[in-house]
Design a protein around this ligand. Structure first.
Ligand code: SF4
Ligand code: FES
Length: 341
């Protein structure tokens, strides 16, 4: 089937979603995703970060779709025309989506372990507005220990359901989920029962924000001060392919390897993640190439960084010429400015 996204036409298999088609073109046109996670079946459709405009439904019925549609769960039709980055209404709507996601999310990036690799941070940087209209009090929750190695900061959760799908699909028995609905909804194990099985640590990697964090890594370093290295070991539970995060000579964190969309390439076991923290446990392959555009890839590791167009466009739009007809005498008297001749 033929689909056109942001004036670029490509052929895709039936059943492909708009998100998958856009990702085939590349990150410049791929809509942002806060809940969709390709490796997890059924994910998507929760956060509305990926809303796009369908200006022609199909070749047979070229009428536009009346409302914006979520790219991650809308299947492509033959002849469909989609607008993402070229549609003003889409960009305007995303500002609202960022505002909604931040209604309850605290602005605690300075103390959050996810800062630097947080999808919400990137999403608000690229698509949000720089001010807030929120006056309401945020929902607050006490941090909860989910077993020995995982900490839940429900304050930061955006209810994307990724961790629920992960526990459902790759662990033996899910013991947590989204309890209650509406603004009472929260991720919980209900009786704070520990998530205790060999692959439970993957919920940390799939969480787009800092709601689920690794207790063995919490507050150890800012991510941009650490150095990621690809490494492997022979593990009898998982592939053993991981990223080691170094601070100096010390391995301070072990995570799964991620692709350019920030999604895990493979799920890893808890032994690799939490118990193998010595260089001698691993065969080092070399520095990890960080391809996701984020502060983490800025200026280091030979990153293959794609500069997002949105902040540059916003800066150009908001740029104001400095009014330079101010009285200069004060600055001249203080010798801050040279006296005019
Ligand atoms: S804890 Fe993280 S992964 Fe789980 S629903 Fe909340 S934001 Fe999503
Ligand atoms: S990424 Fe599509 S609705 Fe969340």
């Amino acid at each position: 089937m033929k689909v056109t996204i942001d004036n670029i036409t490509l052929d895709v298999e039936p059943g492909t979603t708009i998100m998958q088609a856009a990702r085939m073109i590349g990150p410049e046109v791929a809509p942002p995703a806060m809940c969709y996670y390709e490796p997890l079946q059924g994910s998507g459709g929760k956060c509305r970060a990926c809303l796009v405009k369908v200006t022609a439904g199909s070749e047979k019925d070229p009428r536009p779709m009346p409302k914006l549609v979520p790219a991650c769960i809308t299947a492509v039709q033959d002849g469909m025309i989609v607008e993402n980055t070229v549609n003003e209404a889409v960009l305007e709507t995303r500002k609202g989506i960022v505002e909604f996601l931040l209604l309850n999310h605290p602005l605690d990036c300075p103390v959050c372990d996810q800062a630097g690799e947080c999808h919400l941070q990137d999403f608000s940087f690229e698509h949000g507005v720089s001010s807030t209209r929120t006056v309401e009090e945020r929902n607050t929750f006490e941090p909860v220990d989910l077993g020995e190695n995982i900490k839940l900061n429900m304050n930061r959760c955006i209810l994307c359901y990724r961790c629920v799908y992960t526990a459902d699909q790759i662990t033996d028995g899910r013991v947590h989920g989204v309890m209650n609905r509406g603004d009472h909804a929260e991720i919980s194990t209900y009786i704070e029962k520990a998530i205790d099985n060999d692959f439970s640590g993957n919920v940390i990697d799939v969480c787009p924000v800092g709601a689920l964090t690794d207790k063995t890594y919490r507050f150890k370093s800012r991510v941009w001060f650490s150095k990621p290295m690809d490494a492997h070991c022979s593990c009898d539970k998982c592939s053993g392919n991981v990223t080691l995060w170094y601070r100096g000579e010390e391995v301070i964190r072990v995570t799964g390897r991620k692709n350019q969309w920030g999604e895990l390439k493979e799920f890893i076991c808890n032994t690799c993640r939490f118990d193998r923290k010595k260089t001698s446990d691993w065969v080092i392959e070399g520095p990890t190439e960080v391809s996701r555009h984020s502060v983490i890839s800025a200026n280091k590791y030979g990153a293959n960084m794609i500069r997002p167009a949105f902040p540059i466009a916003q800066a150009a739009r908001d740029f104001k010429q400095i009014d330079d007809n101010r009285d200069r005498s004060f600055l001249e008297n203080k010798s801050i400015l040279p006296a005019k001749k």
